[in-house]
Ligand binder design. Sequence first.
Ligand SMILES: Cc1ncc(COP(=O)(O)O)c(C=O)c1O
Length: 484
Amino acid sequence: MSAPHLEHLFHPDNAREYTSGITEAIRLLIDQLAALEGPTTGISPEAAAKPVAEVDLDNPLLDSTAALAEVGRLWLKDAVWFHDPAYAAHLNTPVVIPSLMGELLMAAVNTSMDTFDQSVGATFMERRLIDWTGARAGYPEATRDGIFTSGGSQSNLQALLLARGEAEHRGVPLDRLRFLTSADSHFSIAKSARLLGMGDAAAIAIPTDAEHRMDVVALREALDECVVDGLVPAAVVATAGTTDFGVIDPLHAIADACQDFNVWFHVDAAYGGGLLASPKYRHLLDGIERSNSITIDYHKTWFQPVSSSALLVRDLATMQHASWYADYLNPRESENPNQVDKSLQTTRRFDALKLWLTLRTMGPDQIGAYLETVIDLAREVYDILSVQPDIEVITPSQLSTVVFRYVDSHLDETGLDEDGLDDLNRRIRAEMWNGGRGVVAATKVDGRQFLKLTLLNPKASVQDVLDIIEQVRTLGRAVPEVAR
Ligand SMILES: Cc1ncc(COP(=O)(O)O)c(C=O)c1O
């Protein structure tokens, strides 16, 4: 057995080691930033996997400079950079610097949010942020509550757990419960039905209208059908906005339906939640205040690092469905404010610190201004693309996505059919990744292959985005020879 090398511990004795280690890591990062030539290098899975597999984890380098250099080689040099204006793929954001200060502090102190005796003031900072966000959503001061979670999927799962708990409380058997959500909602809703033991058939997909928003007439019909079939709607989930189209379901009309059928109303605002900080576009979330629960992803439209999300609830009593008590951690008789009482997690990061520092350094209007910038960018890009003959765009977003595909403008001459176009667009995306100078996402619309820009970089200009489109166009002209 080797003697422990205690200079590696974060400890007052090792302040010098800590400072030099963190400084080295920062230098690696800054050097890498200076050397970047695009949002990624286009590395293949095989090329990324090989050097990782070759590392002998039982044979350490015993030197932080060498270990950092290795990390630089295995990951950092090929990382995907969300601050690069040519990155426009998934719902990732460049992050704000105050949040990174929070990340550094929380990781070193290693605060855990489960109980007061592991977190002290952090518990109250988290609670203030939950309360502040709930107030912005319009929830009543006397009853609102919530909890930070690891992400939108977990927030949705917990919301549906609470909805299920409320329905079961009324004596409804599990196999009769149903969740209703639009066909364009995030997959975590249907997955939650499975995780909650209700089976895949328990998630009913409601058709959407031409703008990809939930069709409320169809929702009401489905709710009626449930009643006729002896089924019990446990929750209706509205999306604000959808992952692909960035559109917001009609919240008031859905709230009316939930009221009429006495159903839990959950709003998945993982994407659109940042509108709560936007004076210009806050109205897009009107009606959210009538919900029972809301998912907010600070790590999307609040420009926070992963992970940072919250579940908000209108009525704190409903959080009891997630409660469990243990003598060794949070005994029932404890008078401490233990956040674990309402969390699905036990040991939990102090992610709230990042948002706290962001709000105290920048203020909420700045976060709102960042989001407004990308929404306006998406609108402008949409307008430009919608009149270009070789680009087909789908419904304008209320947030910041643009769904489009390259359509060969000489379609008739070239004889490229719909299947050929699918293949062409798939290949354009793959080739763009390989080139490392741009990244777009892909999705299907009515079974057809489309490409997607998710614009979340407030420093990106219209010209930056049009440059990505120009890459698409160039590849679109070059690739058909192979696709045909
Ligand atoms: C509408 C919506 N809900 C939920 C999620 C899941 O969030 P997370 O990835 O944080 O689990 C996403 C992710 O993109 C989303 O777009």
